[in-house]
Design a protein around this ligand. Structure first.
Ligand code: 5BU
Length: 262
């Protein structure tokens, strides 16, 4: 049988120099939850209601702000208030992928003013390190953090092991701004990187549009990720709060199993 012995979240918080990674590892440890809610609803009221109800269960609330049909900047202020009230971080899953100059504007300006309210955003490494430099110009002064997309959960995606390794090398050039990766597994031996994994449900499976699901145990224990991102597994349940508690427990059990010597 495989022997697991991983550093705890608190130990990794102490090893980090990245401000956002430190904050998030500490939050995971203190709040005892590694569950991120993917709040993929299309109205501001529904999102705020979810954030208020499920906020106590989660470490991160992930948004796709461009699917909201009634977005306003007031909504973002309300969301930030709830993040403070319930102690979670806000992650806008924007997947920036353009040249540095363009993403700088997309991050700060436009309708959404993402940099003003999202603690964390993510970017594809596809376009090269300029995308990180551009985002860092806006995000660093506000003490924000960036996750690089190193892997995706969808079937048939074009990412290969060379792309993953090059993404890690790129992250290493920006230790102040990049806190970790969106990935399906641990992809570096350096313990200060934080991993978030989407495509998680209590049972393995897939949807009709290429999404592929692994279980919390597979993601956190076998694949050594740190945070599970769950959307429809919770949102489509009869009682989303009850379901969130189940995912929280499953995620925390998997983490505890991984940090013990067997
Ligand atoms: P689901 O309902 O749990 O399948 O939602 C998953 C969420 O994570 C959804 O918001 C996606 O946009 C997001 N996601 C993903 O599913 N897979 C990926 O590789 C990345 C993001 Br990156």
């Amino acid at each position: 049988m495989k022997t697991y012995k991983r550093l705890s979240y608190a130990e990794r918080a102490a090893l980090c120099t990245n401000h956002m990674a430190q904050q998030l590892f500490s939050l995971l440890s203190e709040k005892e939850t590694n569950l991120a809610l993917s709040a993929d609803v299309t109205s501001c009221a529904a999102l705020l209601e979810l954030a208020d109800k499920l906020g106590p269960e989660i470490c991160v609330l992930k948004t796709h702000v461009d699917i909201l049909t009634d977005f306003t900047l007031v909504f973002t202020q309300e969301l930030v208030k709830l993040a403070k009230k319930h102690q979670f971080l806000i992650f806008e899953d924007r997947k920036f992928a353009d040249i540095g100059n363009t993403v700088r504007h997309q991050y700060q300006q436009g309708i959404y003013h993402i940099a003003d309210w999202a603690d964390i955003v993510n970017a594809h490494s596809l376009s090269g390190p300029g995308v990180i430099s551009g985002l860092a110009e806006v995000g660093l002064p506000k003490q924000r953090g960036l996750l690089l997309l190193a892997e995706m959960s969808s079937a048939g995606n074009l990412i290969n092991s060379d792309y993953i390794q090059k993404t890690v090398r790129m992250a290493e050039q920006f230790p102040e701004f990049v806190l970790g990766f969106i990935a399906q597994r641990k992809i570096s031996n350096d313990p200060w990187w934080l991993y978030m994994t989407p495509g998680v449900q209590l049972a393995e499976g897939k949807d009709t549009l290429g999404q592929q699901y692994v279980t919390p145990t597979k993601a956190l224990l076998e694949n050594e990720s740190d945070i599970i991102i769950v959307g429809r597994g919770i949102l489509q349940a009869k009682d989303p709060l009850l379901e969130a508690k189940k995912y929280r427990q499953a995620g925390w059990n998997a983490y505890c199993a991984g940090s013990k010597t067997k």
